[in-house]
Ligand binder design. Structure first.
Ligand SMILES: Cc1ncc(C[n+]2csc(CCOP(=O)(O)OP(=O)(O)O)c2C)c(N)n1
Ligand code: SF4
Ligand SMILES: [Mg+2]
Length: 331
């Protein structure tokens, strides 16, 4: 393909509309021959960040594996909106597993390929937070512990969205869901200890663990490429705003993902063999309110009586900022 050289004024900025860049600098989506792995025919809601992230993840993984990729997908929104019988929006070989066992199915596929001497074919498993952090955790942990040659991607929209917005153990404190209503003395999801899948994955000391958001798609792409360049168990945790479950405008998904990172609520990190190797610093610090206020699931925090929960949210952001040195104060 010939490249037409036109001055591109946004080069060097965060813009990803890179079709005018040289081939080597282009994002996976800006190539004319992009894989379009998750293509037309799906029925994700408008503004669904899960659909956007899955497309980038899959296109990058397909490209990185030279088109030799097999995908196991847990039950959840991603599976439901992309495979309404008799249609499928997936181009790569793709299997729907149960809610709980995408990691185990992917392990089986990887073992079978290995037995056939087909180590050139790569395996990716994906699921929502419910399928990963709750019901599928045992299978994911087993996959990590055996160091199976699988990249597992969790799309974390912080609830069981496919079945009507029930809470999961990734639902953040105080959030209103169908099963944690905003009533009583401590409305919404209880303030527990939280459950960080990134920290759990790191504790298994697997070769690669990373987190990302669709607010920085080049970073997401970089992390998938890095993961695909490594063998063994790898884990990628992607925060994906969900307009339906979060009660946010469909136009706000990217802004919310960015606010989660810039407020310190969602640390974007990389780790190898259990050791933190990279942390994305906060570029322009945002108050947690910037993240919480546009979401109806947190509306009660901004009414009389919500002050305590709001203060606890600020404390959560401060704790992350300290733990991961998100402001770069220690380096
Ligand atoms: C054993 C079992 N329990 C419950 C269900 C119903 N179910 C299907 S998807 C789902 C929630 C999925 O949540 P998550 O994994 O977070 O994905 P999301 O839809 O939020 O993307 C539930 C409860 C099921 N399919 N199997
Ligand atoms: S409910 Fe949420 S995660 Fe599911 S398709 Fe709609 S926006 Fe996406
Ligand atoms: Mg979910």
């Amino acid at each position: 393909m010939t490249t037409v050289h036109i001055p591109f004024l946004q080069t060097g900025t965060l813009a990803v509309g890179g079709r005018l860049l040289d081939d080597a600098e282009r994002s996976v989506q800006s190539h004319a021959d992009r894989p379009s792995s998750l293509t037309k025919g799906h029925r994700a809601c408008q503004g669904c960040a899960e659909a956007l992230a899955a497309r980038w993840v899959m296109d990058t993984a397909v490209e990185a594996s030279d088109g030799k990729l097999v995908v196991a997908n847990a039950t959840g929104c991603l599976e439901v909106f992309s495979t309404l019988y008799p249609e499928s929006a997936w181009k790569p070989p793709w299997i729907h597993s149960l809610f709980a066992n995408a990691a185990a199915v992917a392990t089986g596929i990887a073992a079978s390929l290995h037995a056939q001497g087909r180590d050139d074919v790569r395996v990716l498993a994906q699921g929502g937070d419910g399928g990963t952090v709750d019901i599928g955790l045992a299978a994911v942990s087993g996959m990590f512990e055996r160091n199976d040659d699988v990249l597992y991607v969790c799309y974390d929209n912080q609830g069981y969205m496919n079945t009507g917005v029930q809470r999961s153990s990734a639902t953040p404190a105080a959030a209103r869901t169908a099963t944690t209503p905003a009533v009583g003395r401590s409305p919404g999801q209880a303030f527990g200890q939280g459950k960080s899948m990134v920290k759990i994955a790191m504790a298994h000391e697997i070769p690669y663990v990373a987190s990302a958001t669709p607010a920085d798609l080049r970073d997401l792409e970089h992390k998938v490429r890095t993961a695909m360049s490594i063998r063994g168990a790898r884990y990628l945790h992607v925060l994906v705003p969900c307009p339906v479950g979060w009660g946010s405008a469909s136009s706000q998904s990217i802004a919310l993902a960015r606010a989660a990172v810039q407020s310190g609520i969602f640390p974007v990190v990389e780790a190898r063999a259990g050791e933190l190797t990279d942390v994305q610093r906060i570029r322009e610090r945002a108050d947690v309110e910037e993240y919480l206020r546009p979401q109806a699931r947190f509306a009660h925090l901004f009414k009389p009586g919500g002050e305590d929960a709001l203060a606890r949210w600020r404390a959560l952001a401060d704790a992350n900022i300290r733990r991961y040195d998100l402001l770069g104060e220690r380096s």
